[in-house]
Design a protein around this ligand. Structure first.
Ligand code: AQP
Length: 324
């Protein structure tokens, strides 16, 4: 059975981008796969590669876990887990660090970017690709679908797996990298050249999954467009009209239509309505689930136990192959 694995890092409260680009796809994948072929997790260890307030992190993890369920993930079909509750992730990450070269990690674009302008970066940000390689290799997927920004990390995962297998024997499945046609990439409403991100400091261009309708309305109303007032101003053009294109993409992804819309005001009203309608059922279910945090915790505890079972033999094989 081929496995489908995806993680989200609790570095901030989930956004509309995370929903349309990740969570909603997870639900579709779960529904299209055989039971338990899908593993969806909170990569809470990755969150520690940048400074986090422990209380905020705890709250973010709890909210995100609840939102996984509120979005429609079903513990009877998919395994929902926390990376930190499956110690094989960090154990295998160490073994992989012992096969990776500093030259390889030095080349990682994400490390260079996240470290830029920051007075000091954590060692774990530097070794992050080894943990990500462990995240993948432990589940033996044959294909890893990733966005462009993560492609380099999966290429490194392949290099490490190939080197390990060559040096110590065939322990790992070497996954293929697949970059799906970009599709739902939601951009920041204030800076449409950058993606909507959950950890950005000034989040005035971000819609959170739990934002009430009036916040959605305000943020969409203030979204950056352009000064085009022509009869065909409402049209997609990623280079010349990034803000308008983003609004059209969001409208489409949320099931709305721009047919007959000719002004930015009308476009923004339609986007607000479509986004509010998309978020409403998730928020309703969230409110029910949030009243029972013990249930949510038990789902992730059970899923983590299953993930521990599934990953144990891969870790044991890798450990033994290295002579320990
Ligand atoms: N704006 C977006 N549009 C579509 N998909 C998005 N994803 C994130 N932002 C958008 C998808 O959500 C998942 C989250 O993965 P992650 O937690 O590893 O973080 P990320 O990709 O770096 O996303 P963020 O929200 O921008 O986090 P921070 O701010 O912590 O870096 C992925 O599947 C991603 O494609």
């Amino acid at each position: 059975m081929d496995r489908n694995l995806s993680l989200i890092t609790p570095t901030g409260r989930l956004t509309l981008g995370n929903y349309l680009g990740a969570l909603r796809r997870f639900v579709a994948a779960q529904d299209d796969s055989s039971p338990y072929a899908c593993f969806f997790g909170l990569s809470d260890l990755h969150a520690l590669t940048t400074p986090q307030d422990p209380d905020v992190l705890r709250a973010t993890i709890a909210e995100m876990a609840t939102l996984f369920l509120a979005a429609g993930l079903d513990p009877a079909r998919a395994t929902l887990f926390r990376q930190s509750q499956v110690p094989a992730h960090r154990d295998l990450a160490y073994l992989l660090e012992c096969t990776a070269y500093t030259g390889e990690l030095n080349r990682m674009i994400q490390f260079k970017e996240k470290g830029r302008g920051v007075p000091s970066t954590r060692v774990s940000l530097y070794t992050y690709p080894a943990l990500m390689a462990a995240d993948i290799l432990l589940y033996r997927p044959s294909v890893v679908p990733v966005g462009d920004d993560q492609r380099q990390h999966v290429e490194l995962t392949r290099d490490l797996a190939i080197r390990f297998n060559h040096t110590y024997g065939p322990v790992f499945v070497v996954p293929e990298v697949r970059t799906p046609a970009s599709g739902a990439r939601v951009m920041d409403l204030q800076e449409p050249a950058r993606k909507m991100s959950k950890s950005i400091e000034n989040d005035s261009g971000v819609i959170r999954l739990l934002d009430p309708p009036d916040v959605v309305r305000r943020r969409v109303a203030r979204a950056v467009t352009d000064s085009d007032t022509g009869p065909d101003a409402v049209r997609p053009d990623r280079d010349a009209k990034p803000g308008v294109t983003n609004l059209l993409d969001i409208l489409d992804a949320c099931g709305g239509s721009a047919d007959g819309i000719t002004t930015y005001g009308a476009l923004k009203s339609a986007v607000t309505e479509a986004v509010v309608a998309t978020l409403e059922p998730v928020q309703k279910r969230y409110a029910e689930l949030a009243a029972d945090p013990a249930y949510v915790a038990s789902v992730f505890a059970d899923g983590s136990a299953r993930a521990r079972e599934v990953t144990a033999s891969v870790l044991a094989d890798a450990t033994a192959a290295m002579g320990l």
